[in-house]
Ligand binder design. Structure first.
Ligand SMILES: [Zn+2]
Ligand SMILES: [Zn+2]
Length: 313
């Protein structure tokens, strides 16, 4: 493996917050009155979610394979191509949800290709554009507006407050992008709860560890989500810290059990795997653990392949 310096890693972590760039299938139109949730998964965390009559684009990373820097010194990112063209992924969307500004969640290709008048929804939070330089602290909203987007809406930072977008309601919830030094370095992040009248409650963990203090369990207890979208790739940047940046397969399976404790009908979709050079937990790692769960619960866990479409709810 090519070794890269800590400085280089910090710069690349900054590029986690930036990226680089470059462009069909899947246009699921909601059925009127349907309670079904259509989830079209593309790569890493990028997906289209059709929910409550709205089609949302989630965390777009639209660069071709290898266009973004390495995070772990192993290979450029992303490590795989999109299963379809960016033009197909961004067609006919009502809004874009950006959980945070790391380049595996919003990259310059997305900044270039998306219509600048599209509504973008992001947590009210901020992060350093360059993790090594405190003077580069800027809100996610400001960072998105710098791409030219004119309709960026923030989800209030208190869980008790919410953002309404048409018939959908968004709340931000606790998340922590790694323990100790690595969490401090990588910056703040939030989970998101999405609700709409008569629709299943969705909890999107975003990039978070499963914490020992029980913050995530508290979210599961309070909101009893029907659908959990969980990031479980287990990334580590060894040169900085051996700590996980977000859940791996072992934490993912604990999250599934906890979610099932508070909602025995929960469906869990596990993503953020096999697309980036610092993610060491694979779909197979998680599947092996899922296979140890009761058969009925196994049926409610989805580990989508790139390009897979799942009907939930
Ligand atoms: Zn991240
Ligand atoms: Zn990520």
């Amino acid at each position: 493996m090519k070794r890269i310096s800590r400085r280089e890693l910090l710069r690349n972590a900054g590029l986690l917050a930036l990226g680089t760039f470059s462009s069909i299938s899947c246009s699921v139109k909601p059925r009127p009155g349907s309670k079904a949730v259509e989830y079209e998964f593309f790569r890493n965390v990028t997906a289209r979610l059709t929910y409550g009559g709205q089609t949302l684009l989630l965390d777009p990373m639209l660069s071709p394979k290898g266009a973004l820097p390495s995070f772990a010194g192993i290979s450029p990112n992303p490590t795989v191509e999109l299963p379809t063209s960016p033009a197909a992924i961004i067609r006919d969307i009502d809004a874009v949800i950006v959980t945070h500004m790391h380049s595996d969640h919003f990259d310059p290709a997305a900044g270039e290709l998306l219509d600048k008048s599209l509504p973008i929804i992001t947590p009210r939070n901020s992060a350093r554009v360059n993790p090594a330089d405190p003077s580069t602290l800027a809100s996610f909203k400001t960072q998105l507006e710098e791409y030219g987007f004119s309709d960026v809406m923030e989800i209030a930072s208190e869980e008790s407050e919410s953002l309404s977008f048409r018939n959908l309601t968004f709340r931000q919830v606790w998340a922590r992008h790694g323990k100790g030094v690595v969490g401090d370095l990588i910056g703040d992040v939030n989970g998101i709860i999405v609700t709409a009248d008569g629709m299943p409650t969705i909890y999107w963990t975003s990039d978070t560890i499963l914490d020992e203090a029980g913050e995530i369990e508290g979210i599961l207890q309070r909101f009893k989500p029907d659908i959990v979208i969980a990031n479980t790739g287990g990334p580590v940047i060894e040169a900085v810290s051996p700590e996980l940046l977000l859940m791996d397969a072992a934490q993912g399976i604990e999250l599934i059990k906890l979610a099932n404790r508070y909602n025995p009908k929960v469906q869990v979709v596990a993503i953020h795997m096999e697309s980036l050079d610092h993610c060491f937990s694979t779909r197979q790692d998680l599947l092996k653990l899922v296979n140890t769960l009761p058969a009925e619960l196994q049926q409610r866990v989805f580990i989508p392949e790139d390009g897979e479409h799942i009907t939930l709810g």
